[in-house]
Design a protein around this ligand. Structure first.
Ligand code: FAD
Length: 397
């Protein structure tokens, strides 16, 4: 939609070809229906390091302030929450979609829904004779319809939530022109863990610090909600560390990854040890030693695992109790896959596109949005990339 609006500004006639019956199906579920559309701290450091040169050049042309100014022009007002995430004041993703649709209609961008692009064929434009004027593309739908255009901006998205439209088929359309793909894997996704804790604690949510370990190296660390589920672990802390886990398991084919949890990150190990000793001295029953620090179910489980229920809370059992609280390890065996992943890690490599998002292999072809492998953190950065890259690609079309 952004690419179409900005291409239209250059005076061209523009059509959006969308396979679903409506535009913006995924947009409607973003930010749990509230649409976290950007972030006050928007800059390239929130994107994967290999993609930063491209992201920086795009944000130089269309930065966070420009995104907000543009939406304000369309009539959408936004507010920032305490962490800097930006949402529409209506707290409804539908408002974001609506202002975009109103603008598409106002400036007369055509929209063809139910058009699944199955082929893009370049015609004319002989390179050797330097003839670029005669180049055009014939875009064919799976139903046999065809549309011609002088330029194509491929915005087919990633692979997450395939029922909402983007299912990875657009990578195949780019491949024909010589583009490769960094293997797409689910990102920002709950994790499958085999551990009796998950069964016992399912439904329990606490705040915790989570680390992804590879040997002694910490690959990623996050602080946030930790939710125990029947299949494993979810919550914001898990979503935030899920990328390196998913890449290792799904792309690098590792058998398992190790997560380490700190269930009481506001206490050091020494502080926790003296707190427990103090409680023992006060005569608190062993099964209740962690009451007030962790939810009741954790107290019972931890006391049983550290074998302190007999009343012997010293030496090895105290060390074990502290270790289970501060350094509990879980073996991650998989992710919950595309139906539960918010983002896609992978896609068209950023080094295969120009600063204006043009294909380095095919004149007249460009990309925007999640189809490009820029992989960002949670917090509105994905949509910010979609708006900015759409605007830049559209302006250059
Ligand atoms: C549950 C969830 C919550 C999210 N929340 C946030 C959030 O709060 N903030 C944030 O920044 N990001 C969020 N995201 C990520 C964000 O939604 C995406 O990064 C963004 O929508 C990408 O925009 P896009 O236009 O590139 O792709 P999409 O929004 O996926 O749009 C691609 C479109 O292309 C169409 N299409 C695909 N193939 C074809 C074809 N062959 N022919 C015709 N049409 C085709 C699809 O139907 C789709 O409509 C969330 C994602 C999910 C799944």
């Amino acid at each position: 939609m952004m690419a179409a609006l900005f291409a239209r500004r250059t005076g061209k006639s523009v059509v959006i070809l969308e396979k679903m019956q409506k535009l913006g199906k995924k947009l409607l579920i973003t930010g749990a229906g509230r649409c976290n559309l950007s972030n006050r701290t928007l800059n390239s450091s929130f994107y994967k390091s290999e993609a930063r040169p491209l992201v920086e050049s795009v944000f130089r042309k269309f930065d966070g302030a420009t995104i907000l100014k543009y939406f304000k022009e369309l009539g959408l007002h936004v507010y920032a929450d305490e962490t800097g995430r930006l949402f529409p004041v209506t707290k409804q993703a539908a408002s974001v979609l609506k202002v975009l649709e109103l603008e598409l209609a106002r400036v007369k961008v055509s929209v063809e829904c139910g058009f699944t692009v199955s082929e893009i064929n370049p015609v004319g434009g002989d390179r050797r004779s330097g003839d670029s004027d005669s180049l055009y593309f014939e875009v064919v739908s799976s139903g046999g319809l065809s549309v011609r255009g002088k330029a194509i901006i491929l915005c087919g998205g990633g692979k997450s939530y395939p029922a909402l439209g983007a299912d990875g088929n657009a990578y195949g359309l780019a491949k024909k022109f010589g583009h490769s793909t960094v293997e797409p894997v689910p990102s920002t996704v709950p994790l499958i863990v085999k551990d009796p804790w998950c069964h016992f604690l399912q439904g329990q949510k606490i705040r915790a610090k989570v680390r992804v370990l590879e040997g002694r190296e910490v690959l990623r660390e996050a602080d946030g909600d930790l939710l125990f589920t029947q299949y494993g672990l979810s919550g914001t802390a898990i979503l935030d560390v899920s990328d390196p886990v998913s890449i290792a398991l799904n792309r690098e084919k590792k058998k398992e990854m190790i997560l380490e949890m700190d269930l009481l990150s506001f206490l050091s190990e020494d502080e926790l040890r003296s707190e427990i000793k103090k409680r023992v001295r006060r005569g608190i029953p062993p099964g209740d030693l962690l009451e007030g620090l962790l939810p009741h179910k954790f107290s019972t489980l931890l006391a049983r695992e550290a074998d302190v229920l007999t009343g012997n809370v010293s030496g090895a059992s105290l060390d074990l109790l502290v270790a289970q609280i501060k350094r509990k390890k879980f073996r991650v065996l998989g992710t919950r896959g595309w139906n539960e992943a918010e983002f896609t890690a992978g896609g068209i490599p950023s080094f295969e596109v120009t600063e204006k998002l043009g294909s380095k292999f095919q004149r007249g072809l460009a990309f925007a949005g999640e189809i490009v492998d820029v992989q960002a953190s949670r917090g509105g950065y994905q949509l910010a990339w979609a708006w900015a890259s759409g605007a830049v690609a559209g302006s250059a079309a």
